[in-house]
Design a protein around this ligand. Structure first.
Ligand SMILES: [Zn+2]
Ligand SMILES: [Zn+2]
Length: 421
């Protein structure tokens, strides 16, 4: 966990007196106040470099700030440390026996989420932890597209982070960091975007990272799942029971984690109770016998329970999974990685999964360091993108932090994506 001082909270008895010091005498600038109704408090932020001061003024006699001032007089009230992943931070603190006032994050100022640590665990200081929540995607967004007779719905299982260098293989940081900015641990923020195809039946392609990762991995991968697959399904008018078929492109944890869930009894079982799970046989075999290189991404708890529950259907070759939806082996990323091609009414969409994880991966040599057979990735990507450009296919980018789908355009040897979803 990395914690940065965000601000120092100061309880104020009389705002005019406080302003005469902080604003008039010190010459600081006071921002427009923000009212936190639930706490019956008005917060005035005072920027002071990378951190700030927060002047807290009670708006009602029963406000916690009024009680604090009544008991101890005005003065230092709390400090706020900013963390990247509040959920993971709370899990880590709890595991170390730290007494928490809030076991779950709650909404704070400026769209952030916060949680307080009890002063008895923090040497007499009231400590607030805060995570900034990016404004781009506050609530689950349902992005839909009609393709002939089929409906495509791009879902979100939140965001995660992977090492930027590993995401771009041999491409130097000076080049890739122009497209995606790394954080202070050199990680880049990536989407988790399963796709629903609705036609004769309702199919889910990949299922996100799921909720079985422990606190350590949650921190390492910077999971942001305040809004996850269940929220996204609900926003699309679907439930886990709506899904007839779950199709996996491959079994890495960021695609297969959501195939299973831990029940109340602690046992892991299929996440979608009515679904048949379709997996490529070669991928299944590789994932069930991981080696030293592949072990970090293949967690059998994500898929082995499917066989035990007898809901697993292994597919050997490129084939049609339901009318309009077929799989095509790409290899490269894993030897049996497959892309999904959806066709209806003369239109084509391609779910490229980890073959082209983000729009920054369009150039052929921009291949992930994770890929087991990078030359195969380059070959298949060249074919797939050439077809997409020629046919005007809609491409889905499972890990792009912003673009769920777009049309690939090529001109003068340069390729880019015109966003559709
Ligand atoms: Zn993968
Ligand atoms: Zn992936």
């Amino acid at each position: 966990m990395k914690a940065v001082l965000d601000h120092v909270g100061i309880a104020v008895g009389n705002l005019a007196d406080a302003l005469s010091f902080y604003r008039d005498a010190l010459g600081l600038e006071i921002e427009a106040p923000e009212e936190v109704a639930s706490q019956r408090v008005r917060a005035h932020f005072v920027p002071t470099g990378p951190s700030s001061l927060e002047l807290l003024e009670a708006t009602a006699p029963d406000s916690p700030i009024a009680r604090f001032v009544g008991k101890r007089g005005p003065g230092l009230h709390h400090i706020t440390l900013r963390v990247e992943n509040l959920q993971a931070a709370l899990a880590q603190l709890k595991a170390r026996g730290v007494r928490l006032i809030d076991e779950q994050p709650r909404p704070g100022a400026e769209g952030s989420i916060v949680a307080f640590i009890h002063p008895s665990s923090a040497h007499g200081v009231l400590v607030e932890l805060k995570q900034r929540v990016p404004r781009e995607e506050p609530a689950p967004v349902v992005r839909r597209l009609t393709l002939g007779d089929l409906e495509l719905i791009s879902l979100s299982d939140g965001f995660f982070r992977l090492d930027g260098g590993a995401m771009f293989g041999v491409v130097p940081k000076v080049l890739w960091s122009r497209h995606i900015e790394p954080d202070d641990r050199n990680r880049i923020r990536l989407g988790l975007r399963p796709l629903v195809v609705r036609g004769a039946r309702t199919m889910l392609i990949d299922a996100g990272v799921g909720d079985k990762l422990d606190a350590k991995l949650t921190d390492i991968y910077g999971l942001e799942r305040a809004s996850h697959l269940d929220h996204s399904l609900a926003a699309a008018g679907l439930t886990p029971e709506s899904i007839d078929i779950v199709l996996a492109t491959h079994l890495h944890f960021d695609h297969a984690g959501g195939l299973t869930m831990r029940g109340d009894d602690g046992r892991i079982r299929p996440r979608f109770p009515r679904a048949q799970y379709v997996i490529r046989r070669g991928e299944w075999e590789d994932a069930m016998t991981p080696n030293q290189r592949t072990r970090a991404s293949y967690f059998p708890e994500n898929y082995a329970p499917l066989a035990e529950a007898r809901v697993l259907q292994l597919v050997d070759a490129d084939t049609t999974i339901m009318p309009g939806v077929k799989v095509r082996r790409s290899g490269g990323h894993t030897p049996h990685h497959q892309v999904v091609v959806v066709e209806s009414g003369g239109h084509t969409a391609v779910f490229a999964a980890d073959l082209v994880p983000t729009v920054a991966h369009l150039p052929e040599p921009w291949v992930m360091g994770y890929d087991l057979l990078p030359l195969d990735t380059m070959r298949f990507k060249a074919t797939l993108l050439a077809e997409a450009v020629k046919g005007g296919h809609v491409m889905f980018f499972e890990h792009d932090p912003e673009v769920a789908a777009g049309i690939v355009v090529e001109e003068g040897g340069k390729r880019w994506v015109e966003r559709v979803l």
